[in-house]
Design a protein. Structure first.
Length: 142
């Protein structure tokens, strides 16, 4: 039977660069494959964070009462109906405020994750050049 492979992850293919020079295989891995893999992991993390914070559900239920705390007004006097109406209104406002703060916090975390996810492949590519630059800079400055 075939094993189920995780979607989105590439399986290592040892024969892929068998007929190409080692240098070309290394630079292909270093400049294309690994940064693309890191970027795909970042997109999956952002998707998981959006699912964790349930931003879509929170937007759909934005003005529902907080914890479904709503009082029925059937068979009540007019002054009690007005009081219950304002209590229900306050419950909806509390629910909206809590949901808005949760959406805001979730979006901030997703944006930070996205920014780090863009920075890591760039640093992965630039780090050897940075090391060479620092070595030459320390030799010629001293």
């Amino acid at each position: 039977m075939d094993e189920a492979k995780p979607q989105g992850f590439r399986v290592f293919q040892p024969n892929r660069f068998r007929n190409s020079p080692v240098v070309i295989g290394f630079f292909s891995w270093w400049l294309y494959e690994k940064p693309a893999f890191i970027f795909s992991l970042m997109l999956k993390n952002c998707d998981k964070l959006l699912d964790f914070f349930s931003i879509g559900i929170l937007l759909q239920t934005l003005f529902l009462p907080w914890k479904r705390d709503e009082i029925d007004t059937t068979n009540l006097a007019l002054d009690d109906k007005i009081r219950v109406f304002f209590m229900n209104l306050v419950s909806r406002l509390v629910g909206a405020v809590v949901r808005l703060f949760t959406i805001f916090a979730g979006l901030i975390i997703v944006v930070i994750t996205f920014a780090f996810g863009l920075a890591v492949p760039i640093l992965f590519i630039a780090l050897p050049f940075l090391g060479i630059f620092l070595i030459f800079n320390s030799i010629f400055v001293s």
